[in-house]
Write a protein of this length. Structure first.
Length: 135
C-alpha cells in the first residue's frame, strides 16, 4: 500500500493522533510527554503529563503554573508516533488540571479529512486481521 495512505489510515486508527500521545516541545527541547488521552467534554481531551526535563523548577511548573500563565504559548506539540506531525495551535483549558497530572487541552489532534469512502472498508479489514509482530 502507498506509504502516505498507510500513514493516513494509522492517523485515523490512533483517533487523529490522540492515542499515540504527544511531546511538548519548547524550542528544540522536549519538556514533557503527554499520554493516556481521555475525552473530558465536547472538544476537550485530557492527557497524563510527564515532565522530562532536568530542571526541577520547570518540571514542577509543568504540573501547574506553566499552563495557567502565558508560558505555554511558546510550545508546540509533536506526535510520538509521527514525529514530523506538529500541532501548534492547541491550548489548555482555563482550569488546566481537573485532577492532578492530567492536563486538559483543546485542539490537540490532526485528522486527515475528508475521509475517503473506501477508508471505512479498509479500516474495518485492518481491525479484523492480526497485527504484524513489528506493529
Amino acid at each position: 500500500m502507498i506509504q502516505w495512505y498507510q500513514r493516513r489510515l494509522r492517523l485515523i486508527e490512533t483517533n487523529c493522533g490522540r492515542e499515540a500521545g504527544w511531546f511538548v516541545v519548547r524550542g528544540d527541547e522536549r519538556i514533557a510527554e503527554l499520554s493516556d488521552c481521555r475525552w473530558e467534554e465536547m472538544y476537550w481531551d485530557s492527557y497524563l503529563i510527564t515532565p522530562t526535563t532536568n530542571d526541577a523548577d520547570l518540571n514542577a511548573a509543568l504540573l501547574g503554573t506553566f499552563w495557567e500563565s502565558e508560558d505555554w504559548v511558546s510550545v508546540h506539540f509533536a506526535n510520538r508516533e509521527f514525529p514530523n506531525l506538529i500541532v501548534a495551535d492547541a491550548y489548555p483549558a482555563m482550569t488546566p488540571f481537573y485532577e492532578p497530572c492530567r492536563l486538559v487541552l483543546r485542539g490537540l489532534h490532526f485528522c486527515p479529512f475528508p475521509r475517503l469512502p473506501w477508508d471505512y472498508i479498509i479500516l474495518w479489514w485492518r481491525a479484523r486481521r492480526p497485527l504484524a509482530p513489528n506493529h
